[in-house]
Design a protein around this ligand. Structure first.
Ligand SMILES: [Zn+2]
Ligand SMILES: [Zn+2]
Length: 461
């Protein structure tokens, strides 16, 4: 029994683990590398394996850094089943099509640029057609439904409390009479988040792969997210500026709506709110359909007029014209994707608002290196958007309490439920975060820890 760490090794994105158990070989996640040009180039590299020889894939959750290379896998010959929870399957359906559209646009743009320079055109990482061929491969497996996928490979999904349908993965493996259990944390949520349940915990595993996105940081407690948001909305209301919120279409947008609904309800704040992302609107529909995965508080709200995701003043824009019309509005809240502001309609809204001193930009999630969101967070005075230099005069806020990721102490708490595993691998974190968290696991929990490099292989048993 072996595992090869194919991605999210000393980096946050590109989650992908290749397992060999007897005659069976399979992947846990097949995510996209995101960040800068260098990271994105990795997506085009050959897989470290032949996709045609894989028996199946297990997907932890819908986020693109875990699912985004699945259509590439299919394009390169994979045709086996992909196991995921029912909400994940619905979410990934819209996300992969959206991702494919972005890939096609990107290739078109690169091709035009190349042709002008007299070079050959660029190929899309994958097309919408590849994404469409991927979707029928998904097979639902519910939380805690013990499922044998192949001889010697049994799967349990546990609720990771990160986004709707997100799971951490427990595998019972057996080869020639040798048994081993392996847990992949994927992304662990913070406890007490709106909508989703708290992450489950487990008492033991032989091998543990644990994320470390915030392995070297605690979420700043500059107040509860709804108090911070209330204050920003009040300021914007006074100054007449817009509040622009780059938010992941899946998860973060719905959480923001949850808080905004509360604030609007409580303070009778009269501001118009626009969700300007077809993907976020689609994802919100899927949230409406999967209330079985909600926590208790959210479940209660479902019965109230309008539910969680429809309230007065809230608008979902669809067409590009409706989106453009927002450029003329003042004193409104605009929630748009992508969450790190490196693609999507949010870039237009930032271009139109960043230079206005009365505007507010609210950063609500993790911002990878080399993204526009990260540059704003790091205090850039000027940024480049669509080839234009834009001065940053707007107020930049960070709502750290909203993170969908557990912070250092919460990750450590989650890990502490395990008896020390035979070996622990710290993954899904930038080098500093991963090594800090590895040290902490050794010191505080006496775990035996490795921080793998990309493509490193380890033996189980
Ligand atoms: Zn995630
Ligand atoms: Zn992730």
């Amino acid at each position: 029994m072996f595992v090869q760490v194919c991605g999210a090794a000393r980096e946050v994105t590109g989650s992908c683990y290749l397992l060999f158990v007897g005659e069976t070989r399979f992947l846990v996640d097949c995510g996209m590398h995101q960040g800068g040009n260098e990271e994105e180039a990795l997506n085009f590299e050959r897989f470290a394996f032949d996709p045609r020889e894989l028996d199946f894939v297990i997907l932890s959750h819908a986020h693109i850094d875990h699912s985004g290379r699945l259509p590439r896998l299919v394009k390169k010959g994979f045709s086996g089943p992909i196991f995921a929870t029912p909400p994940t399957i619905d979410l990934v359906g819209i996300m992969l099509l959206d991702s494919a559209y972005i890939q096609e646009m990107e290739a078109e743009w690169q091709t035009r640029k190349a042709q002008r320079a007299g070079r050959a055109g660029a190929e899309a990482l994958y097309t919408q057609e590849d994404a469409r061929r991927t979707l029928p491969l998904f097979k639902p497996v519910r939380y805690r439904e013990r499922t044998q996928l192949a001889p010697g490979v049994t799967l349990h999904f546990h609720d990771a409390g990160h986004i709707l349908g997100s799971s951490f993965i427990e595998l019972e493996l057996e080869e020639n009479g040798h048994k081993a259990t392996v847990v992949f944390s994927a992304d662990i949520g913070q406890p007490h988040r709106p909508i989703v349940r708290d992450p489950e915990t487990l008492g033991e595993t032989d091998y543990l792969f644990i994320e470390s996105t915030y392995g070297d940081r605690l979420h700043a407690h500059n107040g509860e997210p709804d108090a911070q948001l209330t204050q920003i909305l009040d300021e914007a209301k006074r100054s007449g500026g817009n509040v622009v919120i780059p938010a992941f279409a899946v998860g973060r947008t719905q959480e923001i709506l949850y808080y905004l609904r509360e604030i609007m309800d409580r303070d009778r704040l009269d501001m118009q709110i626009y969700v300007d992302s077809p993907l976020a609107s689609g994802a919100t529909d899927i949230y409406r359909r999967h209330r079985e995965a909600f926590d208790e508080e959210a479940w209660k709200l479902v019965g109230e007029p309008g539910g969680i995701f429809d309230f007065p003043n809230l608008h979902y824009t669809a067409s590009a014209d409706e989106s453009r019309a927002l450029n003329e509005k003042r004193g409104v809240v605009i929630i748009s994707a992508s969450g790190m502001a490196d693609a999507g309609r949010i870039r237009h809204h930032l271009k139109h608002n960043l230079w206005r001193p009365e505007a507010h930009v609210v950063i609500v999630g993790f911002q990878a290196r080399n993204t526009l969101g990260r540059r704003l967070l790091d205090g850039a005075q000027e940024v480049r958007i669509f080839g234009d230099d834009i001065a940053v005069k707007a107020h930049i806020h960070e709502l750290t309490g909203l993170s969908a990721h557990a912070d250092q102490s919460q990750l450590l708490e989650w890990a502490s439920h395990f008896k020390p595993p035979r070996q622990t691998f710290v993954i899904h974190g930038e080098p500093q975060a991963a090594s800090t968290f590895a040290d902490l696991l050794e010191e505080k929990l006496h775990f035996n820890v490795d921080v793998p490099n990309r493509n490193e292989t380890f033996k189980f048993g």
